[in-house]
Design a protein around this ligand. Structure first.
Ligand code: BG6
Length: 510
């Protein structure tokens, strides 16, 4: 990462007293500062309802941040960074109060010589997403000749297609589309970006990347944690809205889109939109067959008794919200015709892992049929998003000795083998891109709407059709058993990954 193309700016965080600011934003901005990647003329203005002073904000966000320990960081760097943090309390629901933001920004802009460049980051409850841009506009903060005025918006981006569309409409009334940055932190992950490099910077993979050679594609996202203290939010959302509609559909797009003509934001976004347009809609009547939902139940996980979802704080005792979702779908285009995609996500699964597994077709002519079990002879390419980031290619090899006994072995690459210093955190990369004005790794409004359009029939069926079961699964397992049978033909199933990429998945340490 470099400072190239960077301009002075004030970074304004709405919702500055919230968790995300302490957990992700301040640590990411601090790291950029430490690595001298921020503009030389730079300041942060935190805005929210809590009545804090600049000093309180510096304490809460940095010096005594319970979610980001700076005790091992160089003291002078931490102190120098603290001097760039400022805070303005306002009632974010009150249009008039934004005059205080304007005044404060004018003052900081003069002190730090930031040339009137402001980035507004909305890390607030979604009800404020259309209010804040409107109130900023009322005070002339959304536009200024020759100045950067940018809006960054956290998920959830809408609740369904209609609300996403109406949010897009209202945001573009105040900020032009190319200045709206919809953050999806998965796009900031090196390994998600590397999906494009694996495909388009090599000549071995892409010729195989189609219906002629690929049998099916699996994407697994698993987390051992439950909903914790987010029960209130999560129960309104569920696994489909929380993970699948955004993060996992972005991964699908990277795996399945056509080669863009260049790595520019416009070229990549155009291919993603085309891909989303090619998703075969799942009719509500098919949902019971193609989609499985589940909810974790109390169980013993690694020696510790954990609560069931319905006993979590903020979750109604009769909730039907899914904490596990598995969806089978098709992409109706030339490349993917007939290739099923399977995507699953869940809380309280055995381990934390996200990966893409491409399963190739079996060899067409089975000359070793006497010695080799061809039911297991599908080559598999695993692209690990996290943890133990890397690539694993599984293939058959002759067992030394007489005859032609075949054994599955793996060729692997791990990011940890790279001599280079640390892989940047997703938020660091994304914030820096936004400061530089590069929207490549941000979601476009139109693709967000298409992705909602795809998941909407599933959401509707799950909400309206009581005959579709919510399967319980004991915490610490790979979700409802019925989900195992989704993958066809019968002898194939999910790759249940372990923490380490190359561990044998039939027996592993979680
Ligand atoms: C968030 C979801 O967007 O992503 C969380 O709201 C989830 O429920 C998190 O835990 C997962 O992110 P990561 O980067 O830890 O895989």
């Amino acid at each position: 990462m470099s400072r190239e193309g960077i301009q002075p700016v004030i970074f304004v965080i709405f919702g500055a007293s919230g968790d995300l600011t302490r957990r992700k934003l301040i640590p990411a901005i601090y790291d950029l500062f430490k690595h001298k990647l921020l503009p030389e003329k730079f300041a942060v203005l935190g805005v929210s309802r809590s009545k804090l002073s600049d000093d309180d904000f510096r304490q809460k966000g940095l010096l005594a941040n319970d979610l980001f320990d700076v005790s091992d960081e160089p003291k002078e760097t931490v102190e120098a960074f603290a001097q760039l943090l400022f805070y303005q309390p306002i009632d974010t629901n009150e249009a008039d109060d934004y005059a205080k933001v304007r005044e404060r920004l004018e003052k900081l802009d003069a002190d730090f010589a930031t040339a009137g460049n402001f980035i507004f980051y909305l890390s607030t409850p979604p009800v404020l997403y259309d209010k804040i841009p409107k109130f900023l506009t009322a005070h002339g903060l959304n536009r200024a000749q020759g100045c950067i005025r940018r809006l960054v918006i956290e998920k959830p981006f809408g609740y369904d297609r209609e609300s996403a569309r109406s949010l897009n409409r209202s945001l573009t009334e105040f900020f032009p589309e190319n200045e709206i940055y919809r953050i999806d932190h998965y796009l900031g992950k090196e390994t998600v970006q590397n999906l494009l490099v694996t495909r388009f910077a090599n000549s071995v993979f892409e010729p195989l990347w189609n219906r002629n050679y690929i049998h099916h594609v699996q994407i697994t996202n698993a987390e051992p944690i439950g909903v914790g203290n987010r029960g209130g939010y999560y129960d309104q959302s569920g696994a489909l809205r929380d993970m699948l509609q955004n993060h996992l559909m972005q991964i699908v797009a990277h795996v399945a889109m056509e080669p863009p003509i260049s790595p520019s934001a416009d070229a990549i976004r155009a291919e993603k939109i085309k891909l989303f347009q090619s998703l075969r809609p799942i009719e509500e009547s098919e949902v019971a067959k193609s989609c499985i939902r589940g909810q974790y139940m109390a169980s013993n996980m690694r020696g510790e008794m954990v609560k069931g979802y319905r006993d979590e704080e903020g979750v109604p005792g009769d909730s039907k919200t899914e904490t596990f979702a598995a969806v089978k779908f098709h992409i109706d285009n030339w490349r993917w015709s007939g290739v099923p995609f399977y995507v699953r996500t869940g809380k309280r699964l055995p381990t934390k892992v996200t990966e893409v597994a491409i399963t190739f077709n079996k060899p067409p002519h089975k000359i070793f049929r006497r010695e080799c079990d061809y039911s297991l002879a599908n080559n598999q390419l695993v692209m690990r998003i996290q943890p133990d980031e890397g690539l694993l290619l599984g293939f058959g090899m002759k067992v030394p000795g007489e005859g032609f006994n075949v054994k599955n072995v793996g060729m692997d690459f791990h990011y940890s083998d790279l001599a280079q210093e640390d892989v940047p955190e997703a938020y660091e990369r994304l914030l820096l891109d936004c400061i530089k004005g590069d929207p490549t790794l941000y979601a476009h409004g139109e693709s967000v709407e298409y992705s909602w359009q795809f998941v909407e029939p599933i959401l509707n069926a799950w909400q309206n059709d009581d005959s579709i079961p919510v399967y319980g699964y004991p915490a610490g397992t790979w979700g409802p058993e019925v989900a195992d049978a989704m993958i066809e033909p019968e002898e194939l199933t999910w790759r249940n990954p372990c923490r380490m990429l190359t561990e044998d998945t039939s027996f592993c340490v979680l």
